[in-house]
Design a protein around this ligand. Structure first.
Ligand SMILES: Nc1ncnc2c1ncn2[C@@H]1O[C@H](COP(=O)(O)OP(=O)(O)O)[C@@H](O)[C@H]1O
Ligand SMILES: [Mg+2]
Length: 287
């Protein structure tokens, strides 16, 4: 993947509806140049996953996604043997030498590729998204290291499978725990925070057709004020997009205190946060 400059990356992302800041464009540019994975970290709903999806669109590459969760293991991340098929072959070949059978049933034909192996074996280069990597146990991270540093997978019965094409790898983390030093060392680090009001206004305009500049600007400013409060869960871009859609549906042209009070539950997901925001903000945010 060749981009001439961070500016070219930024323009390309914009053209598919993703509004990057300078840092995002720079890190993507460097990752492509240095063939390094990107570790994207930040609160939920700030565009981490969307960055990977948008890059796939920009580069016309397939997106292969490994969604991480607690308990994710090798058989779901890398590969597993197709036991059923192996068993059938063993039965069918019962009169053959065991050594021949064994050689036969541990061949590629009996391998079920999971996302990581799939990305390595893809003939055309892909975007590999390892999403929410902080959800797996720290021990499971070790599974990823070989892929991230050497773009290869070792299978004891088969040997080492090297990448036929180099994937662009994006890992995301919501920061629910520290990732291992070994993992971090292999990646370029990118922190994405809530956008500033100007960029959020642009994101809203790009994502919500029919939204006026005036309303987009008001929403971005209100979002900023709410994020400055000490809340259990601050509203992220996902929520401001939902709020913008809500205001459109309600034919609101201008946000006032009443509207804000009536629709806070779209932005905030805890009753205590709603009450706190109503108390501290509903008078005086819209001037
Ligand atoms: N920079 C951006 N440009 C365009 N849309 C964005 C941007 N950041 C966030 N969004 C939108 O916000 C929503 C949440 O983004 P997502 O990538 O799912 O968040 P997360 O960081 O949790 O992975 C998506 O609908 C996405 O389109
Ligand atoms: Mg995500």
């Amino acid at each position: 993947m060749e981009f001439e400059s961070p500016q070219v990356v930024a323009d390309a992302l914009r053209s598919v509806g993703y509004l990057p800041n300078d840092r995002i464009a720079q890190v993507v540019f460097l990752a492509a140049r240095l063939d390094k994975p990107i570790l994207v970290e930040g609160p939920a709903g700030v565009g981490k996953t969307e960055l990977a999806k948008s890059l796939a669109r920009v580069t016309h590459r397939d997106l292969i996604r490994l969604q991480c969760y607690e308990g994710l293991d090798e058989s779901k991340a890398l590969y597993e043997w197709n036991y059923k098929k192996q068993l059938l072959r063993i039965q069918a070949d019962a009169d053959h030498d065991w050594e021949d059978i064994e050689h036969d049933i541990f061949s590629e034909e009996f391998l079920l590729a999971r996302p990581l192996l799939e990305a390595i074996r893809a003939e055309e280069p892909v975007i590999l998204l390892i999403d929410e990597v902080d959800r797996v146990e720290v021990e499971t991270e070790a599974l990823l290291l070989e892929i991230l540093s050497d773009f290869q997978v070792s299978i004891p019965e088969l040997g080492t499978i090297e990448a036929s094409s180099q994937p662009i790898v994006i890992l995301t983390s919501n920061n629910t725990r520290e990732l291992s030093e070994a993992l971090k060392r292999r990646c370029l680090f990118l922190h994405i925070d809530y956008p500033d009001p100007t960029r959020e206004q642009e994101i809203l305009t790009a994502r919500v057709p029919g939204l006026s500049e005036h309303l987009a600007s008001q929403i971005a400013k209100v979002a900023r004020s709410i994020r400055n409060l000490d809340l259990k869960k601050a509203p992220s871009v996902s929520e401001t997009i939902d709020w913008a859609r809500t205001l459109l549906v309600l034919s609101v042209e201008d946000v006032d205190e009443t509207i804000l009070g009536d629709t806070l539950h779209v932005l905030l997901k805890y009753q205590t946060d709603i009450e706190k925001t109503a108390k501290e903000l509903v008078s005086g945010v819209t001037d």
